[in-house]
Design a protein around this ligand. Sequence first.
Ligand SMILES: CC(C)(COP(=O)(O)OP(=O)(O)OC[C@H]1O[C@@H](n2cnc3c(N)ncnc32)[C@H](O)[C@@H]1OP(=O)(O)O)[C@@H](O)C(=O)NCCC(=O)NCCS
Length: 169
Amino acid sequence: MKVELKELREAEGQDIFEMIQEIGQGENGFTPHFPDHDFEEFKRSLPQFVKSLKGIELPEGYVPETIYWLYVDDRPVAYGKLRHQLNESLLMYGGHVGYIVRPTERGKGYGKLVLSKMIEQATKRGIYELLITCDEINEPSRKVIERNAGELDSITNGICRYWIKLDAR
Ligand SMILES: CC(C)(COP(=O)(O)OP(=O)(O)OC[C@H]1O[C@@H](n2cnc3c(N)ncnc32)[C@H](O)[C@@H]1OP(=O)(O)O)[C@@H](O)C(=O)NCCC(=O)NCCS
């Protein structure tokens, strides 16, 4: 199995757009943000995401984040976002990481895989403790986190907060 994690670029192809369309509005608090009706509009939206990862023209209250695509055997199957730092709001809800697997590719281990690959990126960025929040009833996501050594810190109002210690891995 060929596995690659690729950073979002200013120009992406039809394969990524098809995954975005399949994912649609997203679920469980994971908001894709990408236009999913028109390929040209999708392409026009990409430079802004590249700026965002560099921290340029960020809206108030936002932190820089990088979007990663997970490719398996040259097909995009999932993507995730890695925030480079936390703010007060993300500390309570949102955390460092979010991920989504395209619906037709779920249950094949790709959720666990995309998180493990993003953990490698977070380690490279010098993050030593990664926060992930997740709905209490989101069983697949909780397993994804726990299989990646996530330690449950608290459950408040139906939201779980997990920490993954990166230096201990
Ligand atoms: C959460 C999500 C990423 C999991 O992706 P996935 O590729 O299906 O997950 P995996 O195949 O790696 O499976 C992870 C674990 O969940 C289990 N699982 C998968 N689907 C499940 C389901 N519907 N119900 C219960 N457990 C499930 C798997 O058996 C596995 O557990 P195991 O290690 O004990 O075998 C995917 O369901 C998704 O994209 N959901 C919508 C977005 C979302 O919720 N993102 C997370 C926000 S915190």
